[in-house]
Design a protein around this ligand. Structure first.
Ligand SMILES: [Zn+2]
Length: 53
């Protein structure tokens, strides 16, 4: 079972920060690259199942 899979994107530098990474750093919603505190949630890249026939 996957517990998260949420990814945040920093509004300042555009880095993508997985929520797991934030948890490892104390649970603060904060860019791990530049320290900016405004992150927006983005969907992680999902592998689409495309049925081609
Ligand atoms: Zn940043």
């Amino acid at each position: 079972m996957e517990k998260s899979g949420i990814v945040y994107e920093c509004m300042r530098c555009g880095s993508r920060v997985p929520s797991e990474e934030l948890e490892l750093r104390g649970g603060e919603t904060k860019c791990i690259i530049c320290g900016y505190r405004i992150l927006k949630k983005v969907k992680p890249p999902v592998v689409k199942r495309v049925q081609s026939r």
